[in-house]
Design a protein around this ligand. Structure first.
Ligand code: FE2
Length: 438
């Protein structure tokens, strides 16, 4: 073999090895995430590189509506696009299951020029392959556009993209399975929690409000999505143990005696015992302890276990702040909401007395007033004027506390106005349900 020919074939071989190594990397990376958006994005980015294409798209088939949909057409990332399954080259592949390798899209009648027209892109070569799952069902289509080096994609490209599409299909199916499991888990948790809340009309909505406050604190603390998911479940289930408390005591109208109070307190241990019987997946195993420790106090004076400081799971300490806030801001049939300034002073006092975590109280006070109003009213804020909500959005709870602590002092007219508007929203003066003397 002449030397230059030998060199060429060696270079080709090297290129091939590099491509297959890159393809192997793609396959490995696909196992790294179960988040569907992230996964689709990853598939597209990596496949574009490996296929030496200019851009790629992945369309999933919605067999029910007979549509193709995508969230990650590059350039318009994370926008959902939907179109009928029989449209364009991707549609043709989705319908037939055959690979399409077109050197010049504009010479093919099936090519839908709308996307190019809308985006100003100019498609030339297209390689489009079906994604088939392990059961042999078509679940989507991967399309790569405009091969960079040559005019068209070749047989090897077809082979490589088909192999990658097969791996992508497995990864997408796993991710969907995981999403489904997650959904069914959270709907199970929500159902339990709603059933619990519905049992006691006096504290109706308590678990869901405590959950919303806790998640808001978690966001301020910079929790990841996973941490928020776990916190969500732990907070929704925190009072599940009340199932084990007799109704005569739970719903007693008036002061509880010592013995009754002790029985009420058993709900935290009941929460632990009940939740420990549920099989939680990896990463969620601490939920029973997180839920059951919402009455623990930093100095060890809480219950059920009398844990001290960091021995109390962090989520338990976050839920404790939310639980106290909701208990004193919710209405009972025998009393209205506690005056707001007193509520904030109680949180400060509890934090000063080493009962609840000062950092979490600070995080809570970082929330904007509109967020607090929305949770207090469980999103039924139609009666609060929109302009009031806009004003509330610009002020944090901590800033507002400074204003009301200083109410007798020199507030500007705007500040005084804000205080009045919030008081009105808090006391529900708009719906006429405000009781005299509050
Ligand atoms: Fe509780």
């Amino acid at each position: 073999m002449p030397e230059d020919e030998q060199k060429r074939s060696y270079e080709e071989l090297e290129r091939e090895v590099a491509r297959y190594r890159a393809a192997y990397e793609v396959m490995r990376a696909l196992g790294g995430t179960l988040d569907l958006d992230e996964l689709l994005d990853l598939i597209i980015t990596r496949i574009t590189e490996v296929m030496e294409a200019d851009r790629s798209s992945l369309f999933l088939i919605d067999w029910e509506s007979e549509e193709l949909w995508s969230k990650v057409a590059q350039g318009v990332r994370f926008m959902e696009i939907r179109f009928p399954m029989d449209l364009g080259l991707a549609g043709a592949v989705a319908t037939s299951g055959e690979i399409l390798n077109i050197p010049d899209a504009y010479n093919d009648q099936r090519f839908n020029q709308d996307f190019d027209r809308q985006t100003g892109y100019r498609t030339k070569s297209v390689l489009c392959v079906p994604m088939t799952n392990k059961e042999g069902e078509r679940i989507g289509v991967i399309q790569v556009l405009n091969k960079k080096s040559d005019d068209a994609f070749d047989d090897e490209d077809e082979e490589l993209l088909s192999a990658l599409a097969g791996q992508a299909a497995v990864a997408v199916e796993n991710s969907r399975l995981y999403e489904d499991q997650k959904k069914s888990f959270i709907s199970f948790v929500e159902t339990l929690s709603t059933a619990m809340d519905a049992r006691d009309p006096i504290t109706a909505g308590h678990s869901s409000r405590v959950t919303l406050y806790s998640l808001a604190i978690g966001e301020v603390l910079g929790y990841s999505e996973k941490q928020l998911e776990v916190l969500n479940a732990a907070a929704l289930l925190h009072d599940i143990g009340k199932i084990g408390v007799p109704e005569v005591i739970l719903f007693k109208d008036g002061q509880l005696n010592d013995e009754e109070y002790k029985i009420i307190q058993t709900h935290a241990l009941h929460s632990l015992n009940i939740l420990e019987k549920i099989h939680f997946v990896r990463g969620q195993k601490d939920i029973p302890m997180m839920s059951a420790t919402h009455h623990e106090r930093l100095d060890g004076s809480g219950y059920p276990l009398g844990l001290i400081g960091d021995d109390i799971p962090e989520a338990g300490r976050v839920i404790a702040v939310s639980d106290i806030f909701d208990a004193i801001t919710s209405r009972r049939h025998y009393r209205d909401r506690m005056e707001f300034i007193k509520v904030l002073r109680i949180l400060d006092e509890e934090s000063r007395k080493n009962q609840i975590q000062p950092e979490f109280v600070s995080a809570f006070k970082n929330l904007s007033l509109d967020r607090i109003v929305k949770i207090l009213e469980e999103d039924n804020t139609e009666l609060v004027p929109g302009e009031d909500m806009e004003l509330f959005a610009a002020v944090t709870l901590g800033e507002f506390q400074q204003l009301i602590e200083n109410e007798e002092g020199d507030l500007s007219a705007d500040e005084r106005d804000l205080v009045e508007r919030f008081k009105c929203a808090y006391d529900r003066c708009h719906d006429g349900s405000r009781t005299d003397g509050n």
